[in-house]
Design a protein around this ligand. Structure first.
Ligand SMILES: CC(C)(COP(=O)(O)OP(=O)(O)OC[C@H]1O[C@@H](n2cnc3c(N)ncnc32)[C@H](O)[C@@H]1OP(=O)(O)O)[C@@H](O)C(=O)NCCC(=O)NCCS
Length: 479
């Protein structure tokens, strides 16, 4: 099947997968109703909403192929006269998706149904990309064609080089990535019809192909070195390493163990269902903005230290700890409820038993350090000691705070020779595949509407506007 056919406009979503079904049932959740839950920070007051005051309303229930049933609240305003309150959307499904499944309680991560450890063991990054985009693994001919398609788009327009030169050399590469990826929209906006399957495929290929080039150019620019052009003879990870570390004056060949570790890391970071950056991609995409600027928004979301920026924060934490004798002091701070300090690289919002990505990366990380002879690097030795101490510490054991993917990815990136500021840009390269897969899924989903959440308004009720002479002085809210 051609990529075009698989993304055909007329094809209904989820044709290859069982679609969640709906039946009307009384919502039996014991979670308090949002409308009846009162105002956060105040004592709960039951709202007088018809139907809700007598118990939870009767609402349709949707059944995913795996996981807990989901109450469809779309009829709440019309039939019950109320809305739902769920800041950060932690308890709300924002879309139907057939791409990735995460089971946080049991430490499971599936790409199109395949466990992450099996995907890392048996697939290349481009096979994984095809799987995430198209729902099934490619056959040999599809993989060969996809590899050719991606390599045909790896270069950026020469005019893009001039955009880099507008940035300061010491600019954070994520700031540069946001700007450059957004600017790429200026090159390809014309002729991009997001409702045309062929145009979507080309945009998807361009994004997956150009992101390594864009990230590597951000690094080269910060180093004051010439940009390295992509080499289409190399695999995806080897080409990225080549563009990051080669210089024109001497030959460069990335060590096989480094290529293997980076390929695994890229696969592991390729998707993670409705995380903050993917949700940003969907949110901006729902306005029908072109996919390049949607990706720029996703990159911005990824930059935050609670999301993709955590791997950079892990290295900063290690630098802050400095030496192994300071670990107990930092653990004391991490446990102190009066101290906002947290040990970066430990704990996860969703994975509460262990992080399956960390489980795959841990042995790879140790192998890499061994093979590159870096076990004696003081910072990496400190990381291994910190991992050992935390895994034996009651506070972390009781709260199920295990090293997460960012702990190991931070160490791997450092061992590969990347400075901390480049960790999140490389993460963005990997996650582009997930962003693009979700964007395609969203555009072809007939249920997609522009994102327009509600709010629990807590401002003043309507009031007369006083003349300036009659106004009292209040301290500003901002600043
Ligand atoms: C990822 C993270 C934001 C998840 O937070 P969360 O799901 O809201 O978890 P909670 O805040 O409910 O934490 C549960 C308990 O563990 C503690 N805790 C969580 N992560 C901790 C950490 N990294 N260091 C110290 N204590 C931590 C909390 O203080 C809380 O303790 P309490 O029950 O005594 O109050 C959080 O673990 C964290 O900040 N980790 C560090 C950042 C990081 O590595 N992010 C990358 C994730 S891939």
């Amino acid at each position: 099947m051609s990529p075009t056919a698989s993304l055909d406009r007329a094809a209904p979503p989820h044709t290859k997968h069982s679609t969640p079904t709906a039946h009307t049932a009384a919502a039996t959740s014991n979670r308090p109703s949002a409308a009846g839950g009162g105002t956060p920070g105040q004592s709960p007051v039951r709202a007088r909403v018809p139907g809700v005051e007598r118990g939870l309303p009767s609402l349709p229930v949707l059944h995913p192929t795996i996981g807990a049933p989901i109450v469809d609240i779309r009829t709440l305003p019309r039939e019950q006269g109320c809305y739902a309150y769920d800041p950060a959307l932690g308890e709300t499904a924002i879309c139907r998706s057939a791409i990735t499944h995460v089971d946080g309680d049991n430490g499971v991560l599936l790409y199109r149904g395949y466990p992450i450890d099996a995907v890392v063991e048996h697939c290349s990054f481009l096979e994984t990309a095809w799987l995430l985009l198209n729902g099934e693994l490619p056959d040999a001919a599809q993989l060969a064609q996809f590899t050719r398609d991606i390599s045909r788009h790896t270069m950026v327009n020469e005019q893009v080089h001039a955009i880099y030169r507008g940035f300061r050399r010491d600019a954070h590469p994520m700031a540069v990535m946001c700007g450059v990826v957004g600017a790429v929209a200026a090159f390809y906006h014309d002729g991009l019809d997001i409702f045309d399957a062929r145009d979507r495929v080309i945009a998807s290929h361009r994004l997956i192909a150009k992101m390594p080039t864009i990230a590597a150019m951000a690094y080269k620019y910060s180093q004051g070195q010439p940009f390295a052009y992509p080499n289409n003879e190399l695999g995806y990870a080897a080409n990225l390493l080549n563009m990051l570390f080669s210089v024109p004056c001497e030959p460069y060949s990335a060590p096989a163990v480094a290529v293997k570790a980076l390929e695994a890391l890229l696969i592991i970071q390729a998707d993670h269902e409705q995380n903050a950056s993917t949700s940003a991609m969907r949110l901006v995409g729902s306005t029908r903005a072109n996919p390049y600027v949607c990706t720029a928004a996703a990159i911005a979301a990824l930059w935050g230290p609670l999301h993709g920026g955590a791997n950079e924060a892990v290295l900063r934490t290690l630098e802050e700890i400095g030496t192994a004798d300071r670990i107990p002091e930092m653990l004391r701070r991490a446990k102190d409820k009066n101290d906002p300090y947290r040990l970066m690289g430990f704990g996860h919002r969703v994975y509460k038993s262990y992080d399956p990505r960390a489980k795959v990366l841990r042995p790879l990380c140790h192998q890499l350090l061994q093979a590159l002879g870096q076990r004696d690097d003081p910072l990496l030795r400190l990381a291994i000691e910190l991992e050992r101490v935390v895994l034996e510490d009651d506070y972390f054991i009781e709260r199920k705070l295990y090293p997460n993917v960012d702990f190991y990815s931070g160490i791997i990136y450092r061992a590969l020779g990347l400075p901390p500021v480049m960790f999140t840009p490389v993460f963005a390269v990997a996650r582009t595949v997930g962003w693009v897969a979700h964007w395609n899924e969203m555009i072809t989903d007939p249920e997609t509407r522009i994102f327009r959440p509600r709010q629990l308004y807590q401002g003043p009720t309507e009031r007369p506007l006083p003349a300036i002479a009659e106004r009292r002085s209040y301290p500003p809210l901002v600043g």
